[in-house]
Design a binder for this molecule. Structure first.
Ligand code: AP5
Ligand code: ZN
Length: 215
């Protein structure tokens, strides 16, 4: 099963990726997490990506496409994968198709900008695993600690309000055109497109996804 999770920053892609991974046993490919670990390792890619990410802009298509192509070629992706945060531009989506990579489901999470700004102010993440929490809507069992490892949770550097607003405007300009792109492919029978109300509680969204994909 090959799935794309589409939606604005903070729409809940990472949160639901966790659920889908556990339920369907397919790996999550989060370009954001891959870039963050490159930054942590101090690699050339990390150095290039950091400034761009901190400014809320997109990393160049060439770099991202190469990164994803390499990841998809790995053995654990042969039975499917979950793309979280990719594609984010029309050229990225075209690159997938040019490489013959077909997608079974495109799942769009719909959440208004103001809800997102509020969500991001309470987000906490576990850098090692990419697990995501919210201090009110999805709190860890122990405050400030990851449920599985007990390690410290952190605030992402790009979660300050000004940067979130910039990321939202970049989303509307560069990523939202993909909604029409995939809806059209869906009409042609080349993928299945579903729009999900991402303002529902986390478990409700998961239930809905579970139902959709079980069919
Ligand atoms: P990336 O890491 O992909 O960030 P993003 O797309 O901006 O999305 P987020 O991770 O912020 O949000 P999410 O949808 O995963 O929401 P989450 O589940 O965490 O990218 C970061 C940067 O890397 C980009 O800005 C760019 O620079 C670069 N980059 C990455 N991919 C790229 C690409 N393909 N091309 C170019 N550049 C790229 O949830 C958010 C919060 O809400 C959490 O606190 C969560 O607990 C809470 N929450 C989730 N669901 C609910 C719910 N239903 N109700 C209440 N709260 C909820
Ligand atoms: Zn995410």
């Amino acid at each position: 099963m090959r799935i794309i999770l589409l939606g604005a920053p903070g729409a809940g892609k990472g949160t639901q990726a966790q659920f889908l991974m556990n339920t369907f046993g397919i790996p999550q490919i989060s370009t954001g997490d891959m870039l963050r670990s490159a930054i942590k390792s101090g690699s050339e890619l990390g150095k290039k990506a950091k400034q761009v990410m901190d400014a809320g802009q997109l990393v160049s298509d060439d770099i991202i496409i190469e990164l994803v192509k390499e990841r998809i070629a790995e053995p654990d992706c042969q039975n499917g994968f979950l793309l979280d945060g990719f594609p984010r531009t029309i050229p990225q989506a075209d690159a997938m198709r040019d490489n013959g990579i077909e997608i079974d489901y495109v799942l769009e999470f719909d959440v208004p900008d103001e809800v997102i700004v509020e969500r991001m102010s309470g987000r906490r993440v576990h850098p090692g695993s990419g697990r995501v929490y919210h201090i009110e809507h999805n709190p860890p069992k122990e405050e400030g600690k990851d449920d599985e490892t007990g390690e410290e949770l952190v605030i992402r550097p790009d979660d300050q309000e000004q940067t979130v607003r910039k990321r939202l405007s970049v989303y509307h300009e560069q990523t939202e055109p993909l909604v029409e792109y995939y809806q059209k492919l869906s009409e042609e029978g080349k993928t299945e497109y579903y729009k999900i109300d991402g303002t529902q509680p986390v478990e409700k969204v998961s239930d809905q996804l579970g139902e959709l994909l079980k069919k």
